[in-house]
Design a protein around this ligand. Structure first.
Ligand SMILES: *Cc1c(COP(=O)(O)O)cnc(C)c1O
Length: 395
């Protein structure tokens, strides 16, 4: 098989071989149930607690309980579970309040939940975005009222890479007595996070977006925050999430968080350099493109580029011939020809929204790969435009 050039790291990431190596013993050798009282289980529990501390360290969550555990961290099965758990807990903690405030550009793990609560009788206020996907804090301030139970704002957007002012948003929520949650799935490992010096109540993250396996996530719940479990069952996670711990993946997530913490500064520099190279090459070689999103406050690894007058899906199929993986809109909207909810919220012109490709890089990408993509794209775009009736009209 031809070598794959993987530029779709917001969809999922490669498990870091160092992460896999730490997980390996927990399948066939150290497979005890962490809740068992014998050593064979208890020693595994110690590894789960070590992983919890590693996650907390990446998030700047310094609290340790009497046992020395980073008990503000709860392990879950994925980012979606973390989001749903946090948001349900927030509604439960503010039972007299009936409004939910979130943004139009959230991941479906938050938006679908919010629409479901709306069907159940909650009022839903959605923060709009401008043409670069930015929100205004002033608008947010106006939307949060005394009836608001929870405000949820993502830290980093998975489609366009925008960073949002979550620390300020948390303060605005608290001014009105509302709780604050952030979906930080795309921010963790790429942005410095310092929860001890913020007012954020809940933060969600997912393993497979930061080089740990699929099927593990974590939720930060600030100590003292009223919490109700989403999964009721055994006493795992101090009674906050039933279900036997996914030990190998939890250990893997811990390792991935440690690697991210130690390598972040260098990684961010490298990612931004490659991202800028890609944007520069594409901009200089191809006419009629747009670089989407906030040019200032953004992730280092994301380039959302609109190639006007052609379909993103057609570009992806052509790139696939060269083993290049990228994404149009988001995975959740691929397959339909509707532009994603994020691009629609930004009111990108029809002819640009349809031709939008998201390139999302990781630490495993190389300069040579980016050069290859930059050389492969121009003829693809030119050919597709030659067949496009819209393109003809512009000439
Ligand atoms: C991928 C993603 C999720 C969902 O995480 P899963 O672990 O796949 O459930 C949530 N929010 C954002 C921003 C994401 O990119």
């Amino acid at each position: 098989m031809e070598q794959v050039i993987y530029l779709d790291n917001h969809a999922t990431t490669r498990v870091d071989p160092a992460v896999l190596a730490e997980m390996e013993p927990f399948f066939c050798e150290r497979y005890g149930n962490p809740s068992s009282i014998y050593h064979f289980g208890g020693e595994v529990m110690a590894e789960v607690e070590r992983a919890r501390i590693r996650v907390a360290e990446l998030l700047g969550a310094g609290y340790r309980d009497r046992d020395g555990h980073a008990s503000e961290i709860i392990f879950t099965s994925c980012g979606t579970e973390s989001d749903n758990t946090a948001l349900n807990a927030a509604l439960n903690a503010r039972p007299d309040r009936r409004r939910i405030v979130t943004s139009v550009v959230e991941h479906p793990a938050v938006l679908a939940w919010a629409h479901e609560q709306e069907r159940r009788g909650y009022a839903l206020s959605l923060i709009p975005v401008d043409e670069r996907g930015r929100i205004r804090l002033e608008t947010l301030r106006e939307l949060i009222d005394e009836d608001t139970a929870v405000v949820s704002l993502m830290w980093a957007n998975n489609e366009i890479g925008n960073l949002y002012p979550v620390e300020e948003a948390a303060r605005l929520a608290h001014e009105r007595g509302a709780l604050f949650h952030t979906d930080a799935v795309q921010a963790v490992g790429k942005v410095p996070i310092d929860l001890d010096h913020s007012e954020i109540d809940f933060l969600s993250l997912s393993g497979h977006k930061l080089h740990a396996p699929k099927g593990v996530g974590a939720l930060y719940v600030r100590r003292g925050t009223r919490f109700r479990p989403f999964l009721l069952g055994g006493h795992q996670e101090k009674g906050r999430r039933g279900g036997t711990e996914n030990v190998p993946s939890i250990v893997g997530l811990g390792k991935a968080c440690e690697l991210a913490r130690l390598g972040m500064a260098e990684e961010v520099r490298q990612l931004a350099e490659l991202r800028d190279l890609l944007e520069q090459r594409v901009s200089s070689a191809i006419p009629k493109i747009r670089l989407n999103g906030d040019r200032e406050h953004r992730l280092p690894n994301t380039a959302s580029i609109s190639f006007e007058f052609i379909e993103g899906e057609a570009i992806l199929l052509q790139l696939d011939q060269f083993g290049i993986c990228a994404s149009s809109g988001s995975a959740c909207t691929t397959g339909s020809l509707e532009p994603s909810h994020v691009l629609r919220a930004m009111e990108l012109p029809y002819t640009a929204a349809h031709g939008t490709i998201r390139f999302s890089l990781s630490k495993f990408n190389t300069r040579a790969e980016i050069e290859k993509v930059a050389a492969t794209l121009p003829p693809i775009i030119e050919n597709l435009r030659r067949m496009s009736p819209y393109w003809e009209e512009t000439r």
